[in-house]
Design a protein around this ligand. Structure first.
Ligand code: GLP
Length: 248
């Protein structure tokens, strides 16, 4: 892993967006497609804002881009304002020229019987496109990635999981009350994430300081899923003045 300390979070966002844009442009020159793994939450918003700006002002096209989102709450319709589907269109997809068919976000409204095959198909679609080139990640306060909660398997693939109490409490302000926060979600697995060729992990602000330290300056442990990133050959850990750590 490569630790990059930025003074302010938006500077990290600009840099990550710039590197994604360079990669997209490179694949366009080579007449190839590229595959991005995308995250939700407040952390990657500055990346999406900058990508939108580059699309509008600098002719950055997303016509050859395929995207796979990390996760989605079970039980939420696409039109629900807290669904990750809604988030992605609100912050990125509505403003760029990505073909709709290239967008993949786990479906939160599947019938229970269909979930297993749906998740396997999500994995197959990623593989058929040659795997994820660039994965963006944030982190939950308990060290989760996507919705790979503590004690998940490093070899896990896309599946349905039960959300922990900590994660549901953290999501409560957006949903109004705890009882409205979904209890389950679909998430890409740890293996799906770790198979990405390049990862940009971002964590900003005082509230993430402790978990960042635990994840990246201590041993790899399944109790802190983000610590698995220590083993990734091309993972950039992008931090701000609050989460700033020095590699041990
Ligand atoms: C949710 C998402 C994660 C995200 C996390 C942190 O749990 N499933 O992918 O990293 O929230 O969100 P934020 O960036 O708002 O702190």
């Amino acid at each position: 892993m490569i630790i990059e300390n930025y003074k302010r979070s938006y500077l990290a966002g600009l840099e990550v967006a710039e590197r994604i844009a360079s990669y997209i442009r490179k694949t366009q020159l080579e007449n190839k497609h590229c595959v991005l793994g995308l995250a939700t939450g407040s952390t990657p918003i500055s990346v999406y804002q900058e990508l939108v700006r580059m699309h509008k002002r600098e002719n950055l096209s997303f016509e050859n881009v395929y995207t796979f989102n990390l996760d989605e709450y079970c039980g939420l319709r696409k039109t629900h304002m807290e669904s990750y589907y809604y988030f992605m269109f609100e912050h990125l997809f509505s403003y760029i020229d990505i073909p709709h068919k290239n967008i993949h976000i786990p479906d939160g409204k599947l019938r229970e019987n269909d979930i297993h095959n749906y998740c396997l198909d999500y994995e197959s679609q990623i593989s058929e496109l040659g795997g994820i080139d660039i994965q963006i990640l944030g982190i939950g306060r308990n060290g989760h990635l996507g919705f790979n909660e503590p004690n998940c398997d490093m070899n896990s693939i896309t599946r349905k999981i039960e959300l922990t109490e900590t994660t549901r409490i953290d999501a409560t302000p957006s949903f109004g009350k705890l009882s409205c926060v979904p209890k389950h979600a679909l998430t890409m697995g740890m293996q799906t994430i770790l198979n990405a060729r390049t990862i940009y992990f971002m964590a900003f602000g005082e509230s993430k300081k402790q978990i960042v330290e635990t994840a990246f300056t201590k041993n790899i442990t399944e109790e802190v899923p983000a610590s698995f990133l220590q083993s990734h050959p091309r993972c950039y850990i992008c931090l701000d003045q609050y989460t700033n750590i020095t590699e041990q």
